[in-house]
Design a binder for this molecule. Structure first.
Ligand SMILES: Nc1ncnc2c1ncn2[C@@H]1O[C@H](COP(=O)(O)OP(=O)(O)OP(=O)(O)O)[C@@H](O)[C@H]1O
Length: 381
């Protein structure tokens, strides 16, 4: 008899919503490799969670344990309050879409979507209607008679989504289903996943190493590195209040300036010393703050830095550095400048300029000034 699962505190923390998936101190070892270490999080019903991390960080292993393809070495996973370690994958109510879609090529789109219903012995009379409804949901109404090879890559993705959802699973798991698509189609399908997920309200866990995808599609992001959860947060918080240097570096483009902590105020204002340069910032991680006299690094996002030809134009900013442009990279919607700064040993600072009016203002070799506000620099130990 399995103990029902109760997490009163997390229910309250998540606004009273029921918890669909609870991961509790879950670990996975493969012959001495700790693929996942002591992972814990709650996922309330109806939310879209993305597990984000670099290659080898343990994302897929964690997802596979939730799916039931692997049994945790330690800890427990609860789905709708039930401990599921002893429940095989096909007994868990889970729809899945993988990078390899594994559609049946000899069947039509409609036959593919009908397959999970037939497997589950649903009333045959209700199947065609339901298949048509789910094909319409993924905007493939009228395409049911096409064979898989007669569909584009994006349309095949849609068939796979319809097939994963048609039997109304409690949980949808996505393992990098968009990784193989070209950028434009990938971005279109990200929005489609989000639309469909919202329309059905199905609890979803997505795995990706694409930080942009994580920001775009998710209600919550779990950031992993080396088998450990680094932060769980809403996308905007993961971006604006990264818990540590890893998250700050992995999501967005961040410059790090290393130094020694000179002082820390009660309000969390930190000043760090780098040579003769004093840099003011805020404590990035209150749980693991830097110590006075200890090493620390100031993290500043590329888009929070202003560039000017004249230091006087930056006089309202807290920190101003002189530098020389070493590269200019045009990325369409923005210009990226790389600027070597003498005060930090000619280390290169990256700056984004999103204003088309100033895009071509500075040339390689030109002397410039860059500046930012102290509140935008997060200091991590
Ligand atoms: N079946 C296995 N046997 C042994 N080691 C494994 C196994 N599966 C995964 N690992 C190891 O566990 C670690 C985490 O792998 P995992 O596939 O979960 O990472 P990931 O973050 O999903 O990476 P990717 O983005 O490259 O898929 C890696 O070091 C990997 O080599």
């Amino acid at each position: 008899m399995q103990e029902p699962f109760r997490t009163v505190a997390s229910h309250e923390a998540e606004g009273g919503r029921e918890i669909a998936v609870a991961v509790r101190n879950v670990g996975m070892d493969f012959d001495g490799i700790h693929a996942v270490k002591n992972a814990s999080f709650d996922l309330p019903k109806g939310r879209f969670l993305t597990i984000l991390g670099p290659s080898g960080s343990g994302k897929t292993t964690l997802l596979r344990m939730i799916a039931g393809f692997q049994t945790p070495s330690s800890g427990e996973i609860f789905i709708n309050g039930e401990a599921v370690s002893a429940v095989p994958p096909h007994k868990r109510s889970i729809g899945m879409v993988f990078q390899r879609l594994a559609l049946f090529p000899h069947m039509t789109a409609a036959e593919n979507v009908a397959f999970p219903l037939k497997m589950r012995r649903r009333d045959a009379r209700t199947i065609p209607d339901r298949v048509e409804r789910y094909l319409a949901l993924v905007r493939l109404g009228g395409y049911g008679g096409r064979r898989i090879h007669e569909l584009s890559g994006g349309q095949q993705q849609r068939v796979a989504i319809a097939r994963a959802l048609v039997f109304e699973p409690d949980l949808l798991l996505l393992d990098e289903p968009l990784a193989a698509l070209d950028r434009k189609l990938r971005e279109e399908m990200q929005l489609e996943f989000r639309r469909i997920q919202r329309e059905l309200g199905v609890t979803t866990i997505n795995v990706t190493h694409d930080q942009r995808e994580a920001l775009v599609v998710s209600d919550d992001i779990v950031v992993m590195d080396q088998g450990e959860i680094q932060q769980k947060a809403r996308p905007i918080h993961a971006y604006r209040q990264p818990r540590n240097a890893f998250v700050a570096n992995f999501i967005g483009v961040t410059n790090f300036i290393a130094g020694t902590v000179r002082s820390i105020s009660e309000e969390g204002d930190v000043s760090i010393l780098r040579g003769d340069l004093v840099l003011a910032g805020k404590i990035g991680d209150p749980v693991n703050p830097p110590a006075e006299g200890g090493k620390a690094s100031g993290a500043i996002r590329a888009e929070q830095i202003r560039l000017a030809g004249d230091a006087a134009q930056l006089s309202k900013l807290d920190c101003v550095l002189a530098g020389t442009v070493t590269d200019t990279i045009f990325e369409g919607e923005r210009m990226v400048y790389e600027v070597a700064c003498a005060a930090i040993g000619d280390e290169v600072i990256r700056v984004f300029d999103h204003d088309p009016a100033t895009h071509t203002q500075f040339e390689i070799g030109e002397s410039v000034f860059l500046g930012w506000n102290a509140r935008d620099m997060l200091v991590f130990r």
